[in-house]
Design a protein around this ligand. Structure first.
Ligand code: ADP
Ligand code: MG
Length: 271
């Protein structure tokens, strides 16, 4: 019953599933140029910072980056659990790189150094992606810049990409973290969405699962755009609720009243 709304709209799968293939991502010109800039930075073996409000699509940009970097030239290590302490963080890095456990910063430095030099001989560049980096403990931040200290033919051998909420940049600007901050040469921020972006996003994701015509009316779209406030995660949630509600009423077009009712119910739930 719960998936009946899909057949009602002639869709073959959940349009707003989190489970989206790297090659299927929505990449309007703004995101495409961000992915290109990040790709160029990785080719230059530089490090980068990527910030944005929750749900704007930071992790999805990383997935597009993963898709853009040839596996023969890059070894990507993705760390999502940034809340762990420094020692566990190092263990995670070693595990991801296929190295024996390191218990101290010194051990890790030696192990990673040797590994990175091996990779360099094979002309492979390691890229260490740390997601939710605003959650990193200060003592982990204190040591991260050590990872950027390698020099080989005067180029750093490891690219570090820190991804997090806007507070991350404020934290990195603090005097204590400026050594790390100064090594993150490329700083990107994913900004807010325009109404056209929201429209394009919804159309793209709906078309991917078989929609052949517009399912949202123009004013329903603008209400949805305002309510989601540039969060694609919220856009997904509200749009899904709207599809279900419209299907229950046997409507083929999601109109303003459906959206208003959903948002009202959400507001009541919160209060
Ligand atoms: N480029 C994209 N293509 C398709 N869906 C996206 C894209 N960016 C974000 N989304 C949708 O929005 C949700 C939240 O995106 P995510 O990248 O996890 O945000 P963030 O990491 O900034 O919190 C994803 O689960 C996905 O459904
Ligand atoms: Mg994320």
């Amino acid at each position: 019953m719960s998936l009946d709304y899909l057949s009602h709209f002639g869709l073959c799968a959940d349009p707003f599933s989190k489970d989206i293939g790297d090659a299927e991502l929505w990449l309007p010109p703004s995101k495409l140029s961000l992915v290109e800039d990040l790709t160029d930075a990785m080719h230059a073996r530089a490090s980068a910072l990527l910030t944005g409000e929750p749900g704007v699509g930071k992790t999805c940009v990383l997935r597009a980056l993963r898709h853009a970097l040839a596996p023969a030239n890059f070894r990507l290590v993705y760390c999502q659990n940034s809340t762990v302490g420094r020692r566990d963080f190092y263990r995670h890095l070693c595990l991801a790189l296929g190295l024996a456990k390191a218990n101290t910063a010194g051990d890790l430095f030696l192990a990673v150094n040797a590994h990175v030099e091996d990779l360099a001989k094979e002309r492979v560049c390691p890229v260490f992606l740390v997601d939710e980096a605003h959650l990193l403990h200060q003592d982990t931040l204190d040591h991260l810049h050590i990872l950027l200290n390698y020099q080989w033919d005067s180029k750093p051998l490891l690219s570090l990409v820190l991804i997090g909420l806007p507070d991350l940049e404020d934290r990195l600007r603090l005097r204590r973290n400026r050594s790390l901050y100064s090594r993150l040469h490329h700083r990107f921020c994913i900004g807010s969405l325009s109404p056209d972006d929201t429209n394009d996003y919804l159309r793209t994701r709906l078309a991917r699962v078989g929609a052949t015509k517009d399912i949202f009316s123009a004013d329903a779209l603008s209400i949805l755009h305002e309510a989601a406030a540039s969060s694609l995660r919220d856009t997904d949630r509200i749009a899904t609720a709207a599809l279900r509600a419209a299907a229950r009423k046997k409507k083929k077009l999601v109109e303003r009243d459906v959206l208003t009712r959903i948002l009202q119910a959400e507001a009541e739930e919160r209060s």
